[in-house]
Write a protein that binds this ligand. Structure first.
Ligand code: SF4
Length: 486
């Protein structure tokens, strides 16, 4: 099919170094299905491993130790033994981060396993991203990605490069890569997509502020648009099945076993929580029948032989959880669920455990029913309480998310959250505490008195000025009490 265009899909640094990028595997599956010549480059894991090899001179004991154990620490993060010993695991991560941090400093940037930033360039300012593109040689990842891309393009220059940008930590390097490609290979069409680009595209009147560099920004799932660009054929969006991880070296990632990231749906079946981007961006919820997903999941498991499945859904539906109970995937798994009454049923939860569930991530957010109601979470604090105990007693780990500083919260409600957490601490294995950021373009933000959170035309958050002053006053006390009493 000579008239079809070829494409190279790239995931820029820095994104999670433990999992291969699901978005690229999904796009690759759909493009290959249409006969498109597609290649994939996970520049994130390549960049992280490359920066760990960066030549460094150690001036202090910690850096000397981290450099001396560099190889051993990478191997430790890839072997199960270290994960049984929290202190050894922590040390391997901290020392690995130390090497990255010191390597980042040589470029006047901040770098870690989970973040990349620059004091001079903001990823939420389009002018700064354009500067990152102009100064692509200044990127710490330049020597790594330029060699790899040059080799790739020498074999065969693709017609299109798709940059998948999901996190702020990827934005600066994505634009440096775009700058390099535009400079050396001006015929290549550059298309940007992914979760972060989708959120930017929802900023009213933004358009494409990168015209001349980025040829197209894709909002939402990218399969249809990329298929159209490569084949000229218009297709309807496929659903959630179909991932091709054969493009990735799954043993390069920093995890003790291969991880299979997999989503059974798109969007959120609840889509009612105030301030949630799923609500404000109003993407439709899409899923296939549990049987279809189950078959596709089994195929993915056979192809990748993972040690763990990471379900990426915003919330796994009770229906699909029921399917997993009847048809276990044969591999341990974890993912996000809503706090529904199903999780208070010991038989249901034991079924999940028997089906391989090792951990549930749970957006509890607050211990105050009034706050939950104001948030339209649709959960009852009594149900949360029962569910936590039931899940814990069954032997499934609980990873609880709490959110402070929402507009409906006051000191009294924050203290109720503290009390709730303390009462249930035996049933909580992991806690994620976050301070609320107000999505700038949510319906609810219009009703509040807000100020800029980050300066920049691409900033997605604003501050609720009244609530911010309350939270600044309240949080140190609450977090201190958490620390003291947990
Ligand atoms: S359940 Fe989660 S993803 Fe769904 S609307 Fe609520 S916060 Fe958003």
């Amino acid at each position: 099919m000579p008239d079809k265009k070829s494409i190279l899909l790239i995931s820029p640094p820095v994104s999670k170094p433990s999992d291969p990028p699901a978005g690229l595997a999904k796009l690759a599956w759909s493009l290959k299905d249409k006969g498109v010549e597609c290649r994939v480059y996970d520049a994130s894991i390549d960049g992280i491993l490359g920066m760990l090899d960066h030549p460094l001179v150690a001036d202090d004991t910690w850096t000397r130790r981290a450099l001396a154990n560099r190889e051993a620490n990478i191997n430790a993060l890839r072997s199960l033994g270290h994960y049984h010993n929290r202190d050894r695991y922590k040390r391997a991560v901290m020392d690995t981060n130390r090497v990255l941090h010191m390597a980042g400093i040589t470029f006047n940037t901040t770098l870690s396993l989970s973040n990349y930033g620059s004091p001079a360039l903001s990823p939420v300012r389009s002018q700064d991203l354009l500067r990152a593109a102009e100064q692509f040689e200044a990127s710490p990842f330049y020597s790594i990605f330029s060699k790899r891309l040059t080799r790739n393009f020498t074999q065969r220059e693709p017609n299109i490069v798709g940059l998948s940008i999901n996190f702020l930590s990827q934005a600066l390097c994505a634009f440096a890569m775009a700058g390099f490609i535009k400079n050396h290979y001006p015929r290549i069409r550059i298309v940007c997509g992914g979760g972060l680009v989708t959120s930017w595209m929802n900023i009213p009147d933004l358009g494409n502020p990168f015209m001349g560099l980025v040829d197209e920004m894709v909002c939402g799932p990218g399969e249809s648009r990329l298929i159209e660009l490569c084949t000229g054929e218009k297709t309807t969006e496929s659903c959630c099945t179909g991932y091709d991880y054969s493009y990735f070296d799954l043993d390069r990632y920093l995890s003790p076993a291969r991880i299979l990231p997999y989503s059974t749906s798109r969007g959120c079946y609840w889509k009612k929580c105030a301030f949630c981007p799923e609500k404000s961006e109003n993407e439709p919820y899409r899923t296939a029948s549990p049987q279809t997903i189950g078959m596709d999941l089994r195929r993915s498991v056979e192809m990748t032989t993972p040690g763990l499945i990471h379900f990426l859904d915003n919330a796994l539906s009770p229906r699909f959880l029921g399917h997993l109970i009847d048809h276990p995937p044969g591999v341990p798994w974890y993912g996000f669920t809503r706090m529904t009454r199903h999780l208070t049923d010991p038989v249901f939860v034991q079924g999940l455990k028997a089906a391989g569930c090792v951990m549930l991530k749970l957006g509890v957010e607050s211990g105050d029913q009034d706050v939950l109601d104001a948030f339209s979470k649709g959960i009852d604090i009594g149900t949360v309480s029962n569910a936590l105990d039931t899940i814990h007693q069954t032997g499934i780990a609980t990873y609880v998310y709490l959110l402070f500083g929402t507009p409906a919260e006051n000191e009294n409600s924050a203290c109720k959250t503290l009390d709730f957490t303390l009462r249930h601490s035996p049933s909580i294995d992991f806690l994620n505490l976050a301070i609320f950021n107000l999505p700038a373009y949510s319906d609810e933000a219009n009703q509040l008195d807000t100020v800029d959170f980050y300066e920049g035309d691409l900033s997605l958050y604003r501050d609720d000025s009244k609530q911010r002053s309350t939270i600044l006053h309240l949080q140190p006390r609450c977090f201190f009490q958490f620390g003291k009493r947990l």
